[in-house]
Ligand binder design. Structure first.
Ligand code: ASP
Length: 317
């Protein structure tokens, strides 16, 4: 059996002029490394891929640098609406929540939906009531607040009025990836010592999105997918990832056409998505523990760690 491995992403987008701020780069690198080390520990202790991706995404949600949980972007109305999904490749179990406004950790709610309900996707108030009944932590919306995302939302409203990908929004000047044009979803995929695969994805969505808009993140097969062939988590222009069924496409090419992981992911990110102006990237791992982290933007916060080996983290191409 191959060595267990975890990979994570924290969004993709354009590189800023101030990109070279070593202090900011170091902050992002340290945050990504800490999350990978936590996931690596779960796997090293014999934990499941499912537990590793749950823990990694929970930590990314709690970190205000990334657009998920605390640090989420705002809707056009200045509110927060979060989406998350998780999938267990060993069982095809899946759970997701959409448009939640009071959950500290949407990924934990998604996992509860998978394990404690007969359903796959809960939205809005029903999702929150379900999570509360499962003992999960509720927060008031100000918990999600960061000045940076609020400034970004104001720029988006003052500008063309269109939606912005979190790390695509010109001018959180000191961030390595332009926050006004970055996709800010977070995600994790893992392969454990028993050969099982899992994926989890969580997001605040795109800045200035219409109230009620749901992206690819909580849609199984679009922004998150795992089976016994591959586990995939995506970030980018959600509508295009839904239309290309992006995450599932990687696993389907492998299953039905025998395409290797790296090539399957490359076709989705470099061919299928750009053909409809889809921007972003994905992380994927297969049942042999191979990892690929392709993106069609200038940068993507990303990394992977094999048990017993050093953590690898990158921001740019
Ligand atoms: N894919 C996410 C969405 O469309 C956004 C992102 O990745 O930043 O909601």
């Amino acid at each position: 059996m191959n060595t267990p491995v975890i990979a994570i992403h924290g969004g993709a987008g354009t590189i800023t002029r101030a990109a070279m701020s070593p202090a900011k780069q170091a902050e992002y690198t340290a945050a990504l490394s800490a999350v990978l080390e936590a996931g690596q520990r779960v796997l090293a202790d014999g934990g499941s891929a499912l537990d590793a991706v749950t823990e990694a995404v929970r930590l990314l949600e709690d970190c205000p640098l990334f657009n998920a949980g605390r640090g989420s972007v705002l809707t056009h109305a200045g509110t927060y609406e979060l989406d998350a999904a998780i999938m267990d490749g060993a069982t095809l179990g899946a759970g997701a929540v959409a448009c939640v406004k009071h959950l500290r950790n949407p990924v934990l709610a998604a996992r509860a939906v998978m394990e404690k309900s007969q359903h796959v996707l809960f939205a809005g108030e029903g999702a929150e009531a379900f999570a509360q009944a499962q003992g999960l932590e509720l927060v008031t919306p100000d918990y999600y607040f960061t000045q940076a995302r609020t400034d970004q939302w104001e720029r988006a409203r003052a500008g063309s009025g269109t939606t912005l990908l979190d790390h695509d929004a010109a001018t959180l000047a000191a961030e390595p990836i332009d926050p006004d044009t970055k996709f800010g979803t977070v995600g994790a995929v893992a392969f454990d010592a028993q050969g099982r695969l899992a994926a989890a994805t969580s997001t605040g969505g795109v800045t200035n999105k219409q109230v009620g808009r749901v992206g690819d993140t909580p849609i199984v097969g679009a922004g998150c997918f795992a089976d016994d062939v591959a586990a995939v988590s995506a970030t980018g222009t959600g509508e295009m990832f839904i239309r290309t069924v992006a995450a599932y496409d990687v696993a389907a090419q492998m299953r039905y056409a025998g395409v290797p992981l790296e090539e399957a992911a490359r076709r989705v990110v470099m061919e299928k998505l750009p053909a409809i102006e889809g921007r972003g990237g994905l992380i994927a791992v297969d049942r042999e523990g191979n990892v690929t982290l392709p993106f069609n933007t200038e940068g993507m916060y990303r990394g992977f760690a094999r048990v017993g080996e050093p953590v690898n983290v990158w921001i740019y191409g």
